[in-house]
Ligand binder design. Structure first.
Ligand code: C2E
Ligand code: MG
Ligand code: MG
Length: 473
């Protein structure tokens, strides 16, 4: 008999534990996602009309790093700490759940989420963010997004989704930020997703092509090289600019496809030009940090160069200045490895992020491209001229070739020449053109430059259109 009861208790306990496990996260005891959704839907049904609900999605940003540093014990300590702090920071009756390993959900109710009520949400973050984790002594790093019911949506599922969207934006900005959902975020997400799928299709359907823009020496007009720029002509949308699709491509492997396409197409074009007697001293390729930081980056560069050998043309990689702020050490290592492969490196869009002399001094760079915004109207004010002069002086001090980007007017060319800028690129000389038109440009440029009277000393002798690069170029 005794044994029968023991079995019954055992059975009942097991049933209850299983039922509990179905609705709870066993590590923290919080509601799991399914149970949270049920409770949220019930809360919406039972909330007195006129009252509002704020759904907060809290994302722990340093969970993966904690795991990498300390293993599962460190990750568990971090989650336990977040959970304790969350429980302490919200009212006892508030709904708290765990969506995934690093995401927590909190539902708060109020008469109306005015500024004072919104501060309650920020207070949760303020309670979490300065905390240290016991044992590892790491700081908790969190970002949060919030969506409001019924203002943003009346669906419980969308409420969670919208808060998660806002949280991913907040995480992008910086730790301990809370962002409220805006309807534009949903639209942006959908558009990004659509762009990504269309890009894959576009690649397969050969909607992408490469155009070239020449770089010339500022003093003489000699052609120093050309920059390869990608173009996308979508069947229905028409031209989509690189500024729209490159940032999306950078979030996935698509950026690797773009690099491979740009580089192999450009190297093939250079070889074709050479077969027709037109040589290009320098081919510039834009490379994203999303390419460079990959483990297989150097291997893929080597493969691309091996598969598309060119004689007599150096390849320069243009990398935007912002990479220096992402991971300076990794960037420095990559630059050294690329240099040992015979490649040249230029800092693109210089001046937009205020990189200091000391950072640049440590890197074996070759060129500095001065961002368009410093060139536009450079001749108009003494201040603009002087700023440009300082950048050029800095480049010279660092033994880098200075290149002015986006020169559109004769007066801008005169100004950059006066301040000693080495080279230039821009619509004044040539807008980006197809490979065939680039070959024509290389053939005809000395004559057209003479006619345009842009340069005093452009070499006019036949056969010497493209001269050797000067020592520093
Ligand atoms: P960037 O490397 O700074 O390229 C220069 C941009 O300025 C190009 O825009 C070019 O068309 C434009 N431009 C040239 N001259 C002038 C001018 O006189 N006036 C004005 N207003 N603009 C001028 P584009 O082709 O739209 O490219 C924008 C950016 O997209 C590039 O900036 C580069 O960062 C990126 N990009 C382009 N192609 C590729 C690529 O194949 N791979 C990667 N990763 N990025 C690329
Ligand atoms: Mg560039
Ligand atoms: Mg640029």
């Amino acid at each position: 008999m005794q044994r029968f009861f023991e079995n019954e208790i055992d059975h009942e306990l097991r049933r209850q534990m299983l039922a509990y496990g179905e609705r709870h996260d066993l590590q923290t005891g919080l509601l799991n996602y399914v149970a949270f959704q049920d409770s949220l839907a019930a809360l919406m049904r039972n909330t007195v009309p006129g009252r509002e609900i704020a759904l907060v999605w809290i994302e722990v940003l340093n969970l993966r790093r904690e795991f990498a540093l300390w293993g599962s014990r460190g990750a568990e300590a971090l989650i336990t700490r977040v959970c304790e702090a969350l429980r302490a920071a919200v009212d006892p009756g508030a709904l708290i759940g765990r969506y995934s390993a690093r995401c927590f959900l909190v539902a708060l109710e109020a008469e109306h989420f005015d500024n004072r009520e919104r501060r309650r949400i920020q207070a949760i973050m303020d309670a979490l963010a300065p905390m240290q984790v016991l044992g590892t002594r790491s700081m908790i790093e969190v970002a949060a997004g919030v969506a409001f019911w019924p203002a943003d949506t009346v669906s419980s599922e969308d409420l969670v989704r919208f808060a998660s969207l806002a949280a991913s934006r907040a995480a992008y900005i910086r730790s301990s930020t809370v962002l409220a959902f805006r309807s534009g975020m949903n639209h942006t997400l959908m558009r990004d997703h659509q762009l990504e799928t269309e890009m894959v299709r576009g690649m397969a359907q050969k909607q992408f092509r490469i155009v070239y823009q020449p770089k010339v020496e500022a003093a003489t007009g000699r052609v120093l090289g050309a920059e390869a720029l990608i173009r996308w002509n979508h069947l229905d949308w028409g031209a989509v600019t690189p500024s729209e699709f490159i940032p999306i491509a950078e979030r996935s492997d698509l950026i690797q496809l773009i690099l491979e396409f740009t580089m192999s197409t450009a190297l093939k074009d250079v070889r074709q030009w050479a077969q027709h007697g037109v040589s290009l001293p320098l081919l510039a390729i834009n490379v994203s940090w999303a390419n460079m930081r990959r483990n297989d980056f150097l291997r893929s560069m080597r493969r691309l160069l091996d598969e598309n050998p060119v004689d007599g043309t150096q390849v320069e990689l243009e990398v935007t200045e912002s990479v220096l702020f992402d991971d300076e050490d990794l960037f420095a290592a990559r630059v050294r490895q690329l240099k040992s492969m015979g490649l040249r490196i230029a800092i693109d869009d210089f001046g937009t992020r205020y990189t200091g002399f000391n950072v640049l001094k440590r890197l074996p760079l070759d060129a500095m491209k001065i961002d368009r915004c410093f060139i536009h109207g450079v001749h108009r004010t003494e201040e603009a001229r002087s700023l440009c002069q300082t950048i050029v002086a800095m480049a010279r001090q660092l033994k880098l070739r200075s290149v002015a980007e986006g020169v559109e007017q004769r007066a801008e060319l005169d100004a950059i020449r006066e301040v000693g800028c080495d080279a230039m690129q821009g619509f004044l000389i040539q807008a980006p053109v197809s490979a065939a038109r680039m070959a024509d440009f290389l053939r005809e440029w000395p004559e057209s430059a003479r006619r345009a009277e842009l340069f005093d000393s452009t070499d006019k002798k036949p056969g010497s259109r493209i001269l050797n690069m000067p020592a520093r170029v």
